[in-house]
Design a protein around this ligand. Structure first.
Ligand code: PLP
Length: 470
């Protein structure tokens, strides 16, 4: 592709992107395909000769797009949102065109310095104190892994990377069962082992770790000769929004010298609104906090921000400095690849910079406030219907519910069938979870394009399909 064609096809792609967004409301949110349909439609072997772009593009439209789940659809109420505000997509076009590797300051000084600046803008937007530095990771999973590795190295007095874990004291990490599975993975990958992830029972409406039980578990482990290394707390857990008492947990972490990582991957975006900050009161005492601007804030995936109180601990855990990666003769530079597991890094700060400037914090706050209000409104409407029950009350814009099946029908089975029927219908998209072992249907509002009317449609679809099944 020469530059003339590059220009032509880039324009075509940009037009396609705008047309696509215009057409979203008419599309089913989840595609109507069976497993293997797309795979079978693709040639089994790569072409030996060049194919014309017209044909490649036509195949994209005909074979790929109908098999996509439309995450930018205004009636996407499943999982958590993965918003890509158009302005962040524009920034991504530019990033793709430059295709820079931003692992070191010298491999793209602007990318590094803009990252430092946008992390600090975001810190201010969330109301975090200025003691925090930060880095943009690819995912919350990577941020949590980086935090767990730091916990491990700190607790082993920096011997783990060199000596391995064999022969070391047994490390212990504490969390509830409301945290995301990325925490389990980080414990596996770090070599700490699932048996050493101590699950603390939860209490209360927000399913918070019982802090007395947390402290008792730490003390018991210390007495047994094990080494408590860190605590992972949740603000807005994936299943039903489980949220720990960060202040209480932080007090315990401080008393016992433990590293505290807070996973607010989804809920963190809402903290740009001061009235929601009570959900993470005490967060300023954390050692590490992750939240994903690529979820609710509108920065195109991937963009996961990790705030760190002592970056030197993270760097001591992860930095490797072979000669070929050194920058000589420059003082005071940051090489962000020393703050994360992968070496190569995309230029992620640009889309956040574009986004924050193009919207301004106040319009982002208003959008999030609307989402929370609409979700609360829907929960109240469903609660008012005799054949529905609210399983977990709204935590920000996430709640869960269940349709009450006829007496002779298994209720879990009925609700699983209901989710499938709703998703096959295509007008809205939902997912399920389990609460106390029983199936519950999750509902969250978080898409940039969602309106109050879309949430009304969700109510109508849920009620219509549920009653049609009974
Ligand atoms: N933590 C929470 C609370 C999440 O909801 C998710 C994903 O939805 C993650 C972590 C993992 O995020 P990522 O896909 O960025 O690794």
């Amino acid at each position: 592709m020469d530059n003339t064609e590059f220009r032509q096809w880039s324009r075509r792609a940009a037009d396609w992107g705008a047309d696509y967004r215009d057409s979203l409301r008419e599309r089913p949110v989840r595609p109507l395909v069976e497993p293997g349909d797309i795979f079978r439609s693709i040639e089994a072997s790569p072409p030996e000769g060049a194919e014309p772009m017209d044909r490649i593009f036509a195949d994209f439209e005909e074979k790929i797009v109908p098999g996509m789940t439309h995450w930018q659809h205004p009636r996407f109420f499943a999982y958590f949102p993965a918003n890509a505000a158009p302005v962040s997509v524009v920034a991504e076009y530019l990033v793709s065109a430059m295709a820079a590797q931003c692992m070191l300051w010298q491999t793209s000084p602007a990318a590094t310095e803009l990252e430092t600046r946008t992390v600090d803008w975001t810190r201010q937007a969330l109301g975090l104190p200025d003691g925090f530095s930060g880095v943009i990771q690819d995912s919350a999973s990577s941020a949590t892994l980086a935090a767990v590795l730091t916990m491990r190295e700190r607790a082993l007095e920096w011997r783990g990377n060199k000596q391995g874990l064999a022969g070391q004291a047994k490390l212990r990490i504490y969390s509830s069962d409301q945290v995301h599975t990325s925490i389990d993975r980080a414990i596996w990958v770090s070599g700490i082992g699932e048996d050493n992830l101590v699950r603390i029972p939860v209490t209360g409406r927000f399913r918070a770790m019982d802090t007395e039980a947390l402290e008792a578990a730490i003390v018991a482990d210390q007495k047994a000769g094990m080494v408590p290394a860190g605590i992972i707390a949740s603000v807005g857990g994936t299943s039903t929004g489980g949220t720990d008492d960060i202040s209480g947990v932080a007090d315990i972490a401080r008393r016992h010298g433990l590293y505290l990582h807070v996973d607010a991957a989804w809920a963190g975006s809402a903290m740009i609104c001061p009235e929601y900050r009570h959900f993470w009161a005490g967060v300023e005492q954390a050692d590490s906090i992750v939240f994903n601007p690529h979820k609710w804030l509108g920065a195109q995936f991937d963009c996961s921000m990790q705030f760190i109180r002592r970056p030197e601990d993270l760097v001591r855990t992860l930095a490797i400095k072979p000669e070929f990666l050194k920058t000589h003769g420059r003082d005071g530079i940051i090489n962000y690849s020393e703050w994360s597991v992968p070496l190569g890094r995309r230029f992620r700060a640009l889309k956040l910079w574009f986004l924050l400037r193009a919207y301004g914090l106040e319009s982002l706050r208003n959008m999030i406030r609307n989402h929370v209000a609409w979700s609360e409104g829907l929960a109240a409407r469903l609660a008012g219907e005799p054949d529905f029950e609210i399983v977990t009350e709204p935590m920000l814009s996430l709640f869960s519910f269940r349709h009450l099946a006829a007496a002779e029908v298994d209720e879990d089975d009925h609700n699983l069938r209901l989710v499938n029927a709703i998703n096959d219908d295509g007008r809205i998209y939902l997912t399920q979870t389990r609460v106390g072992g029983r199936v519950a249907i999750r509902f969250q509002v978080g898409q940039f394009e969602t309106t109050a009317a879309d949430v009304d449609t969700a109510f109508a679809v849920i009620v219509e399909i549920a009653r049609g099944m009974s």
